[in-house]
Design a protein around this ligand. Structure first.
Ligand code: ADP
Ligand code: MG
Length: 324
C-alpha cells in the first residue's frame, strides 16, 4: 500500500510540463508563482463528486480530462490565458487498483494540460469517498476579462460549436435515447469536452459578455441576463445542432436537449450590434464555428421563439444542485 508521499512523488510531481513562471512547484508547503507584470489572476474551482457528477465505473482517463476541462472552460469564458492548476483528490484507497486508477486519471489530466500549456503546481491528497477538486489560475489584462455583466439591450447573442450532444449522451446512458450508430461521438462530447480557450481569448475586446455552457444554454444565457440587467430572445430554429441532435429534436419535438441540457462547454456570448461584421470576419479564421441565436432586449429572463413564431418563456431548466 502506497503512502500519501509515494503517491505525490509517483503521480503528481513531474506530471505536467514545467513553466518558466513557476519558481517552486510541487514538494514544499506552498508553490511560488510569478504573475506576469500587468496581468490580473483569474481563478476558478470546480468539484466533481462520485455518484453526482460521474458514475463510479467511469473511465478514469476521461475523468482526468473532464476535471481539468470544466475548469479551463471557466477560464475560456473569461477570456483568460490558462497557466497553473492545483488538484485536491480524495481517494478511497491506495492499493494496486487505485494506483492503476490514479495513473490513468493523471494521464487524462496531463494530456489536456499539455494542450493548453498548464502546469500542475500543487494540491492535496486525502482518503475518503472519491471526489476531485480542481482550481485553475490564468491571466487577463486588467479590465479586459469577459464578464457576465457587460451585455446591453440590442447586443447579438452567439454560441460556439453545437448544442445538445452531451445532453443526448446522458439520455442514452439512462436508456432514454436509442441512437442509430452515433452514440460513440456523443459519448466523446460528454466525456472529453474541449474547452474553448482560444475562442475566449479571441473574443477579448469584441464580446460584451460571455459564459460557458455548463448548465444548459438557456440557463447560462439567463445568468448573463440577470448579471447585465436585461432580457434575451432566442430563436430555437437557429440553435446549432449536430445531425444526431437535429434528428432527435425532429422526431421527439424535445427542444430541451439543445436548449437546456448541460455539459456542452461551448461559449455563449454577446456582441454589440455595431461589431457583428468585425466578429464574423475574424471568426472565419477560427477553428470553431459560431452561430447567431438571438438578441438581448429590455426586461428580464430568456424568452424563446419557437419555429412557428410563437414565443414562450424559457423552457426553464439547467441544473441546480440544491433544487433538483
Ligand atoms: P502539507 O502537509 O504541507 O500540506 P502535503 O503533504 O499535503 O503538504 O503535500 C506535499 C506537496 O505535494 C505539496 O507541494 C502539495 O501541493 C503537493 N500535492 C499533494 N497532493 C497533490 C495532488 N493531488 N496534486 C498535486 N500536488 C499535490
Ligand atoms: Mg496537505
Amino acid at each position: 500500500m502506497a503512502g500519501e508521499f509515494d503517491l505525490i512523488r509517483d503521480y503528481f510531481q513531474g506530471a505536467t510540463v514545467p513553466r518558466g513562471d513557476v519558481a517552486l512547484g510541487i514538494g514544499d508547503d506552498c508553490a511560488l508563482l510569478n504573475v506576469p507584470p500587468g496581468r490580473q489572476l483569474a481563478v476558478s474551482m470546480d468539484t466533481l463528486v462520485c455518484g453526482r457528477h460521474f458514475l463510479p465505473d467511469v473511465d478514469p482517463a476521461s475523468l482526468g480530462h473532464k476535471a481539468l476541462a470544466v475548469n479551463l472552460s471557466d477560464l475560456a469564458a473569461m477570456g483568460a490565458e490558462p497557466a497553473w492548476v492545483t488538484l485536491g483528490l480524495t481517494l478511497p484507497g491506495a492499493d494496486a487498483h487505485w494506483q492503476a486508477w490514479l495513473g490513468a486519471f493523471v494521464g487524462g489530466f496531463a494530456g489536456l494540460a499539455a494542450q493548453h500549456g498548464v502546469q500542475l503546481v500543487g494540491g492535496d491528497t486525502t482518503r475518503g469517498e472519491l471526489s476531485i477538486t480542481v482550481q485553475v489560475h490564468g491571466f487577463v489584462r486588467p479590465g479586459q476579462a469577459l464578464r457576465r455583466d457587460g451585455a446591453h439591450e440590442g447586443d447579438l447573442v452567439y454560441v460556439s460549436g453545437q448544442l445538445g450532444d452531451a445532453g443526448l449522451a446522458l439520455l442514452a446512458q439512462q436508456g432514454l435515447y436509442v441512437g442509430l450508430g452515433s452514440l460513440e461521438r456523443l459519448q466523446v462530447r460528454l466525456d472529453r469536452p474541449q474547452p474553448r480557450v482560444a475562442l475566449g481569448r479571441s473574443l477579448v475586446g469584441l464580446a460584451s459578455a460571455a459564459i460557458d455552457v455548463s448548465d444548459g444554454a438557456a440557463a447560462d444565457l439567463g445568468h448573463i441576463c440577470s448579471a447585465s440587467g436585461c432580457g434575451a430572445q432566442v430563436y430555437l430554429e437557429r440553435l446549432p445542432m449536430s445531425d444526431t441532435v437535429a434528428d432527435y429534436v425532429r422526431e421527439t419535438g424535445d427542444w430541451s436537449v439543445p436548449l437546456s441540457s448541460g455539459d456542452d462547454y461551448e461559449l455563449v456570448f454577446t456582441v454589440p450590434e455595431g461589431r457583428q461584421g468585425e466578429l464574423e470576419t475574424a471568426a472565419a479564421a477560427w477553428d470553431v464555428p459560431l452561430t447567431w441565436i438571438g438578441l438581448m432586449r429590455k426586461g428580464a429572463g430568456v424568452e424563446v421563439q419557437l419555429p412557428d413564431g410563437l414565443t414562450t418563456d424559457t423552457v426553464s431548466g439547467g441544473y441546480d444542485h440544491f433544487n433538483n
